[in-house]
Design a protein. Sequence first.
Length: 161
Amino acid sequence: MKGLTLVEIIISIVVFAIIIVPLVNIFSTVSKDTDSGIYINRASTMAASYMELILSRSFDEEAAGPFTDPAALGPDTGESSVSDYDDVDDFNGHSFTDSDYPSLTANVAVYYVQNPDTAGSWDSPSAAATNYKRIDITVNHPQLGTVSVAGGVSYAGHNTK
């Protein structure tokens, strides 16, 4: 019966180390990528669900024009929580976090835009009240960056009051 020499054992350990180090690096990278994907997915889902919540509200506090002044967009007097918000622009300036992922923080911005049919897109902010509002939800993570969801709503066909 022949045993292993000390040299053969050392060579085996070196070969094993050469093989195992890249494998550990691969598993580490895959783990980080998976973690990033989970956060990005959660951030997107969080923003999309809040967008649906916002779009379930009325276009404006007023049932018909003139609508809320652009400088006054945000919660109205007496509206201190999301359950009190009754129109889209009440969410302007609202911030929230995810209870399962507290490192995810989100902010909502609501503002009037020019008529997208004439301006060509929903990217043209308006200094005056119009029949169109844009909603931007930005979810931030300290290491992974930002996920943004944007939507638009028009007065026509959206007033639920």
